[in-house]
Design a protein around this ligand. Structure first.
Ligand code: PGA
Length: 251
């Protein structure tokens, strides 16, 4: 039985006052939840989030890291620094970084392994554009992105991460994948892992992300290969995020 997980991706949207209000609403609101909950926050707020959330069930993580170890590299943040602030998870290969900051399968793989080496759990994102879907290339694209870690590091290492299917046409658009569309790709991802290792595939948590909200979450989470969600905008509103976490508990 795979344990469900909901991850909030705050992106570049917070402030000290806003974080405090959000976490102080989430902590009591999520007390009864049995699934795992993680918030991925901007680097400057790790210490604040750690102070507020450390005795709660909410874990915290980062939205990226640098693959290098601590070294002369201006502006970079290492895996060791994330660990120093109690982070448990880190998002790797988010589509916004792949598209706007030109991250590639190779750089995502390097960040992935840096996270694993530091004992962090990567949340490894994959997804196709609308053009790629329309051209019938979804499986090819997602398969290639998955192989960047699966072929390189093997299923035993991939077992240490959480995967996220985030179709680019659904991220930030208010056009979520339908439950059937998402299930089809999640099933494909699991099948591809099963070709390498059936046990790893069976236990692999695969999150859906892209315009998740309290109205569509239950139907998506009811799908057999969807093990939770990666939530952007609705993770910034306590009521919405709590409602999504409750939907995953029931799914
Ligand atoms: P969204 O973002 O929920 O705002 O669509 C999801 C994500 O980018 O992780």
């Amino acid at each position: 039985m795979r344990r469900k997980l909901v991850v909030g991706n705050w992106k570049m949207n917070s402030s000290k006052a806003g974080n405090k209000a959000l976490l102080e609403a989430l902590i009591p609101g999520l007390q009864q939840e049995t699934s795992d909950v993680v918030v991925c926050v901007p680097y400057p707020y790790f210490a604040q989030v750690q102070t507020i959330a450390q005795t709660s069930k909410i874990k915290w993580g980062a939205q990226n890291l640098c693959a290098n170890k601590n070294t002369a590299l201006t502006g970079a943040v290492s895996a060791a620094m994330l660990v120093d602030y109690g982070c448990s998870h880190v998002i790797i290969g988010h589509s916004e970084r792949r598209l706007q900051l030109h991250e590639t399968d190779d750089t995502a793989a390097a960040r992935f392994t840096a996270a694993i080496d530091a004992g962090l759990t990567p949340i490894f994102c994959m997804g196709e554009t609308k053009e790629e879907r329309d051209a019938g290339s979804t499986e090819y694209i997602v398969g290639r992105q998955l192989d960047a870690i699966l072929r390189r590091f093997g299923p035993e290492t991939v077992a240490k991460c959480v995967l996220a299917y985030e179709p680019l046409w659904a991220v930030g658009t208010d056009v979520p994948a339908t439950p059937d569309q998402a299930q089809e790709v999640h099933h494909y991802i699991r099948k591809r892992i099963a070709r390498c290792d059936e046990n790893v595939a069976e236990n692999m948590r695969i999150l859906y992300g892209g315009s998740l909200n309290p109205n569509n979450a239950a139907a998506l989470f009811a799908m057999p290969d969807i093990d939770g969600g990666l939530v952007g905008r609705c993770s910034l509103n306590a009521n919405d995020f709590i409602a999504i976490c409750k939907a995953v508990d029931e799914g």
